[in-house]
Write a protein that binds this ligand. Structure first.
Ligand SMILES: [Zn+2]
Length: 76
């Protein structure tokens, strides 16, 4: 399945993207990661499917569920 949002994972370190995420979530991304919480749903972010998802969490501070919602679940 083609997911046009997938390319976001390569650009999330851009300051404007971080600012956008903070604006959307109202939560400090860095603070959320430090607390192992999700910046999107405020839930726990302690369990990830794989190393890629864990890495993504350090970038976007989204838990596995929110990552799946945001990026879509890749089956390939
Ligand atoms: Zn979440």
């Amino acid at each position: 399945m083609k997911n046009p949002q997938y390319s976001l994972s390569a650009t999330l370190k851009h300051p404007e993207i971080e600012a956008m995420l903070s604006k959307i979530t109202g939560v400090s991304r860095v603070g959320a990661v430090a607390e192992a919480s999700c910046a999107t749903c405020s839930g726990e972010a302690t369990s990830f499917r794989d190393a890629v998802s864990r890495k993504e969490y350090t970038i976007s501070a989204m838990c596995q569920t929110c990552q799946d919602d945001f990026f879509g679940i890749s089956e390939d």
